[in-house]
Design a protein around this ligand. Structure first.
Ligand code: DC
Length: 220
C-alpha cells in the first residue's frame, strides 16, 4: 500500500501545536489531524450517552463508533456542530481522564492512522511520534512554560492576568500536564528522534517557519 509522509507534532496543552500543525498542513496542502479532538469528542459522547467514564469497555465502544465528521474546521458529532463545546474546561478534564484508558487509545488508533491514507498528513497530539506514527518523516516536540501557555489561553478568553480566573487556568494546565505525563500508557514525552522547539519566546508564524524549513531540509 502507498504510504504518505507524516509530520508529527506533539506537546502539552496550549503549546500552540494545533495552530502550528494546521498552518503547516495548509502550506504543504496536506491533511491535518487534531488527535486531541478525538479524545475530546469521545469525552463529550460519553457524557451525552450517560456512560460512566470509568467504564473502560463502554467508553472504548463509544470511541469505535464515534459518529463524527470533520469539515473545514467544524466538527460534527451526531450531526450537530460541537467544535466549541469540546473545548470547555469540563470536557478538557474528562478527555484527559478517558485518554488514560488503554482500550480507548486502542480504539482510536486506526481512526487516526486512516487520516494518512490519501495524502500527506500533519498530526498533532501527545503520542503522534511515539505511538501512532512512529515512522513520521519529521517529529517535533513543541513546548512552552506552563506560565506562558496559561497567559496565551487567558488572552484568548479575554481574562486578565493576576486574577483568580487566571490562576485557575494555570492550575488546570499544570494538572493536565501532570496527568498526561504520568499516565502509564502513551504518556506525553519527547520521542528520542524528535526535535525540540520551545515556543515560549516565538510567535506562531516563527514556529511554522521553523517546521517548514526542517521539512524542506529532509525532503531534499
Ligand atoms: O490536545 P488537546 O488538549 O486537545 O487534548 C485533549 C486531551 O486528550 C488531553 O488531556 C490529552 C489527550 N490526548 C492524548 O492523550 N493523546 C493525544 N494524541 C491527543 C490528546
Amino acid at each position: 500500500m502507498m504510504t504518505y509522509p507524516v509530520i508529527a507534532i506533539d506537546g502539552p496543552s496550549a503549546s500552540g501545536k494545533g495552530t502550528v500543525a494546521a498552518k503547516v498542513a495548509e502550506i504543504l496542502q496536506w491533511a491535518y489531524l487534531d488527535s486531541g479532538a478525538l479524545y475530546r469528542l469521545t469525552a463529550l459522547y460519553t457524557q451525552q450517552c450517560g456512560v460512566n467514564p470509568a467504564n473502560e469497555d463502554a467508553v472504548a465502544d463509544l470511541a469505535v463508533h464515534l459518529p463524527v465528521m470533520f469539515h473545514h474546521g467544524d466538527i460534527f458529532l451526531n450531526g450537530s456542530n460541537v467544535a466549541g463545546k469540546i473545548r470547555s474546561e469540563e470536557i478538557s478534564l474528562l478527555a484527559s481522564q478517558i485518554a488514560a484508558l488503554p482500550k480507548v487509545r486502542q480504539a482510536l488508533l486506526q481512526r487516526q492512522r486512516d487520516f494518512a491514507k490519501s495524502q500527506g498528513l500533519v498530526a498533532d497530539g501527545r503520542d503522534m511520534a511515539t505511538v501512532v506514527f512512529p515512522d513520521a518523516v519529521l517529529k517535533i516536540f513543541l513546548t512552552a512554560t506552563a506560565q506562558i501557555r496559561a497567559e496565551r489561553r487567558a488572552k484568548q478568553l479575554g481574562i486578565a492576568l493576576d486574577t483568580p480566573e487566571f490562576r485557575q487556568i494555570l492550575s488546570d494546565i499544570e494538572k493536565r500536564d501532570e496527568a498526561d505525563r504520568k499516565r502509564p500508557i502513551a504518556p506525553l514525552k519527547q520521542a528520542a528522534d524528535a526535535i525540540l522547539i520551545d515556543s515560549s519566546h516565538l510567535s506562531i508564524d516563527e514556529v511554522v517557519e521553523k517546521v517548514i524549513l526542517l521539512y524542506r531540509q529532509i525532503e531534499k
